[in-house]
Design a binder for this molecule. Sequence first.
Ligand code: URA
Length: 243
Amino acid sequence: MPSKRTRLDRLISAELKVNRGEVRLMLARQRITVNGVLATAANQVIEEFCHVTLDGKTLRAKTPRYLMLHKPKAVVSATSDDEHTTVVDLLRDKDGEGLHIVGRLDYNSTGLILLTNNGRWSRQLTAPESRVQKHYRVTLENPIQEEYVEAFKKGMYFAYEQITTKPANLRIIHSHLADVSLTEGRYHQIKRMFGYFQNPVSDLHRTAIGSLSLDPALAEGEYRNLTALEVSELTALSEGLSI
Ligand code: URA
């Protein structure tokens, strides 16, 4: 996601088709506010969701949006695709406008997917150094062995990326069913980790991201807005804070 930050003079001159000198004049005449505060500096950094006014009229006000969606199988984690149904195709009318996906799930994986128009938020949640855990329920074709637990904890070498995976938690529920928690999101990571033991994954379902569990009231393909509390809890987690 490209950063949506810009300079105040750049924003005003683009919005009103005026030159930067005219913007400086507007500032000198105290005609511009940013988030309710009188603006004075032409180079003030304007974040994506700042509220900017000229003579009391809104020039820019964008509201951050956050959705959780229950992804079904056979849906691509993308905003557009020529062949397959995408996660964004599942959103009604204009609900998907301007939204992007926060971390992907494979075509046949199911469960919790987040969507937002806040690029900073999604980058924080999906950054390689993020410590936010993603939780999965995994069904395997063959019996799971106790030795997997240690191997997941130790990390596995992925030759393609030339990295060792970060410690992951594996909890065996019964012979073919386990819970896995990861902080990373490498390509096909869970399938590749079980693949190390030649044990194919038959079902993969994301149950939670950090403190946020998939709402059990959402059937496959359904979605809802996150509450303000859900957003702030996830934000705090991704920033490494405790609230
Ligand atoms: N790991 C996978 O292999 N697939 C997913 O969809 C998510 C994690």
